[in-house]
Design a protein around this ligand. Structure first.
Ligand SMILES: NC(=O)c1ccc[n+]([C@@H]2O[C@H](COP(=O)([O-])OP(=O)(O)OC[C@H]3O[C@@H](n4cnc5c(N)ncnc54)[C@H](OP(=O)(O)O)[C@@H]3O)[C@@H](O)[C@H]2O)c1
Length: 439
């Protein structure tokens, strides 16, 4: 059997998990792939640090360069995270023609285009199954299993921390900050949670999936991103009354090209809190679980569900890449399937302003006669239709919530109309506007 000699760059949560999983299932992986996997070195920052998964001291190194450049290392596995040293690690490995496995969504989101181009130039492969949705094998699904489909719609619940918070807010009637505080105490949320709760982590993953599905690189700044900080218990309760559940949803939609030879494929990519009908399968994806719903023009609807992060789930995704890399190394396959198949080279991202959606709107208004009429008049002037209204009974002269469900409307028109409404003297707090998805 051929041996694949691994340099693990990172021996933390995921690196430790991969080390452990190889001890547990290395023989199984060998019997299935026909290659053996030998971890020659594990690069860490601090040699003496106590590690939940023990790694023999003789394997540890703090010098990533010497490991990556070691001619006996045939596969580099980048599990250190971050976008500076990790970028150097991957660049150096690819320049040496060595295949690389990475779980680093932040790095791929920021520099993926450059790294995939480098892999092509040096006739080697960059594998990244663990970068999106942990244990759900969604990269392989998009790259290989659904290769014969145009992906018209892709929806993802891609951030476990946000999904955990929103689930507890809904099931236990809690406020956002209370759940976040507890999640931080229990170690489910980072001390600085902004990457997760402001939607950036989900946007990194959405960008990778969108680029893979549509064959042209989608940059993070092209992804309209908003997080869940502004979602209140009240929004979750009103959404529930209307038959919806609020989730942080990544959306990738192909917009039908217009007629004409120069028509371009346009894709809408966004991450935002979204009202999902309670009878849709994604509304039932709870706690830390992730799910990706993919609609292909041939396959129809498909759904992938599982743990989106964590040591074992992420290690499973890395093992899948190790297996692919071993088979490709043995067969001398470079870019077995080009990473971003250029079927839509001429594609573009639809600006958020042009996106059309139904909306949930929560206003905080003074309870007095004529308030609703003023608001409805401003919306009417902007050609925005109201499909339903909830106004809980309040006390005249006091501030009360006013919930409006809005028919399909362009984002830009909504933003303009709500800015005008916000200037009315009867409106007492910033307005909340959340898209609704009918799939
Ligand atoms: N954790 C998850 O559930 C999960 C899920 C999907 C993807 N990912 C991705 O997987 C990657 C790793 O995440 P993780 O949670 O395993 O991180 P982690 O627990 O912080 O581990 C990082 C490892 O890299 C080492 N390291 C960091 N900077 C280094 C440097 N400059 N030189 C040498 N070693 C360095 C650390 O050394 P020390 O051990 O000495 O500190 C540690 O062993 C990230 O890109 C992350 O986004 C993680």
């Amino acid at each position: 059997m051929e041996q694949v000699t691994l340099g693990l760059i990172g021996g933390g949560t995921v690196g430790g998990g991969v080390f452990q999983a190889l001890q547990r299932n290395g023989a199984l992986l060998s019997s299935r792939t026909g290659s053996t996997f030998h971890v020659a070195k594990v690069v860490v920052r601090t040699l003496e640090k106590p590690r939940p998964v023990p790694i023999p001291a003789r394997l540890l190194s703090t010098n990533w360069r010497s490991v990556v450049e070691d001619p006996t290392i045939s596969l580099v596995v980048e599990l250190m995270g971050g976008t500076t040293t990790a970028r150097q690690v991957i660049r150096r490995a690819l320049e040496l023609g060595k295949p690389v496995v990475t779980a680093n969504k932040a790095l791929l989101s920021a520099h993926g285009e450059e790294l995939f181009a480098l892999a092509l130039k040096h006739r080697t492969n960059l594998y990244y199954e663990a970068s999106v949705a942990g244990g759900i094998p969604i990269i392989k699904v998009l790259r290989e299993s659904l290769i014969g489909n145009r992906i018209t719609h892709l929806y993802g619940i891609l951030n476990g921390t946000c999904n955990y918070i929103l689930t507890r807010m809904k099931l236990e009637g809690l406020e956002f900050q209370d759940v976040l505080d507890e999640a931080q105490r229990l170690g489910y949320a980072e001390a600085d949670p902004s990457l997760d709760i402001d939607g950036h982590d989900a946007a990194h993953k959405a960008g990778i999936l969108a680029s893979l599905a549509h064959g042209f690189w989608i940059r993070p700044e092209q992804i309209a991103t908003s997080g869940i900080r502004g979602i209140t218990r009240m929004d979750i309760q009103f959404a529930g009354q209307l038959g919806y559940t609020i989730k942080l949803l990544a959306k990738v939609k192909q917009i039908e090209p217009g007629a004409g030879a120069k028509a371009r494929c346009r894709v809408q990519v966004s991450v935002s809190p979204t009202l999902i009908p309670n009878d849709h399968v994604l509304a039932g994806v709870n706690h830390v679980f992730n799910a990706v719903f993919v609609r292909g023009d041939v396959a129809g609807d498909t759904l992938f569900y599982g743990r989106g992060a964590g040591q074992d789930a992420t290690a499973s995704a890395v093992l899948s890449d190790l297996a692919d890399a071993a088979v490709d190394l043995r067969n001398g396959l470079q870019s077995r399937i080009p990473p971003f198949v250029s079927h839509e080279r001429n594609g573009g991202v639809l600006p958020l302003a042009q996106a059309v959606s139904p909306y949930y709107v929560r206003l905080s208004v003074i309870d007095k006669p004529g308030t609703l009429a003023k608001i409805a008049a401003l919306l009417g002037r902007a050609k925005i239709g109201i499909s339903s209204v909830i106004q809980p009974e309040g006390h005249v002269g006091e501030s009360v919530p006013l919930i409006l469900m809005i028919h399909d409307a362009p984002h830009a028109a909504m933003a303009r109309a709500l800015a005008q409404i916000g200037r009315l003297s009867v409106v007492r707090a910033p307005t909340v506007m959340i898209p609704v998805e009918h799939f």
